[in-house]
Design a protein around this ligand. Structure first.
Ligand SMILES: *Cc1c(COP(=O)(O)O)cnc(C)c1O
Length: 363
């Protein structure tokens, strides 16, 4: 088998050693005579997997004791609703910094449940996003229940390299596409959520980190399945968890730890982004990278060739050369290379040499 070089935006690739270990353990899990997917989620074999994964996640995030982490289902999309269900009471309003597709969706979903305000929206006239708002473009409601941001804009390829000033308000971040790609100070956030399928593991599980203190303000009159407090108290075992997804998540975290943890990922991801943006700048007579330099995402690198036809040819020829997932999102067009944790520096080197060759042939 030859492995593809996987530049998909999500679900993303996983490191080969993670897949191989899961394969080797699939039928007879750690000598128990059963597959992990056949074990009780309340049994000893699974419990070890579960507790290990939660502990390692807290360790890699350097999570302060003030914060708790939990693993839920429903994707980041459920969090668009679960967040306001818990933390947007009647009579209050929440602020949303709108920087792209997912931020806009988070804003509109919350608006179905309560009062929301756009604190900023940096859309271009054609509804694309190629930059982040300047500090003076963010107008915050001092009484807001929380301020919501999206740390990395998966579709348009912008990423906050330092946090916006929330002026003391409770800051909430959708980190689906850049969690554990570099160190963060979790204490600065009242809540963080992330669908797992970009940097953490397979689809089917969503990580949520919450300031325990804030939970005292959460609404209790919503169904238990939608209450953060319930899931945190139950150590993410309120109901049957996605056991196999959590197992793969744990294996992937072990791999991240072996690469130097969040700091190791930062060095690896910065080197990959530097290599790819460096090539785009060097070949700027052919490729265009629309995102403002200061807002460039390390995770999703958006670019285009001189014409849509050449974009299609690029994606098709790259696929023939074993490079998957380079077509841009349908709402953004062009091309996009996603450089999540599992993408190796050598994968990026291969992409850059393909880009050089393509520009030479078609330019
Ligand atoms: C992928 C993505 C989502 C949607 O995640 P689901 O798990 O599919 O619900 C939300 N926000 C961001 C930033 C994403 O990248």
């Amino acid at each position: 088998m030859t492995r593809k070089l996987n530049f998909n935006a999500g679900p993303a690739g996983l490191p080969l050693p993670v897949l191989e270990e899961a394969r080797d353990q699939f039928v007879d899990f750690r000598g128990t005579g059963m597959s992990l997917v056949e074990h009780s989620h309340r049994g000893k074999a699974y419990d070890a997997v579960h507790q290990e994964a939660l502990a390692l996640f807290a360790e890699l995030l350097n999570l302060p004791k003030t914060h708790g982490a939990m693993l839920l289902q429903g994707g980041a999309s459920l969090q668009f609703a679960m967040l306001p269900l818990n933390f947007l009471p009647a009579g209050k309003s929440a602020d949303y910094i709108v920087t792209g597709h997912w931020a806009k969706l988070a804003f509109s979903e919350a608006g179905k449940l309560g009062t929301v305000r756009k604190a900023a929206d940096c859309a271009n006239v054609d509804k694309t996003y190629t930059r982040l708002p300047k500090p003076e473009e963010i107008s915050l409601d001092p009484k807001a229940a929380y301020v919501h941001m999206t740390s990395n804009n998966t579709i348009f390829g912008t990423e906050w390299s330092s946090l916006p000033d929330a002026k003391g308000a409770r800051l909430v971040a959708d980190m689906s596409s850049d969690i554990l790609s570099r160190p963060i100070d979790a204490a600065k956030f009242s809540l963080i959520y992330a669908g797992a399928q970009k940097n953490l593991g397979p689809a089917g599980l969503t990580a949520v980190i919450v300031d325990r203190d804030w939970l005292k303000d959460a609404r209790a009159d919503v169904p238990d399945i939608l209450r953060y407090q319930k899931h945190l108290d139950a150590q993410s075992l309120y109901h049957t968890p996605p056991v196999f997804a959590i197992y793969l998540f744990g294996l992937n975290l072990k791999w991240i730890k072996a690469q130097g943890g969040a700091a190791g990922m930062e060095a690896r991801n910065k080197a990959k982004a530097d290599a790819l943006y460096g090539a785009l700048d060097r070949l700027s007579g052919f490729y265009k990278a629309p995102v403002e330099k200061a807002a460039r995402s390390w995770m999703n690198v958006v670019f285009r060739t001189p014409t849509p036809e050449l974009d299609d040819a690029f994606a098709a020829e790259a696929a023939k050369a074993g490079m998957e997932g380079l077509k841009g999102h349908r709402s953004a067009g062009g091309l996009r290379a996603s450089l999540y944790n599992a993408v190796s520096p050598d994968d990026v080197k291969a992409l850059v040499s393909f880009m050089d060759d393509f520009a030479k042939r078609k330019g």
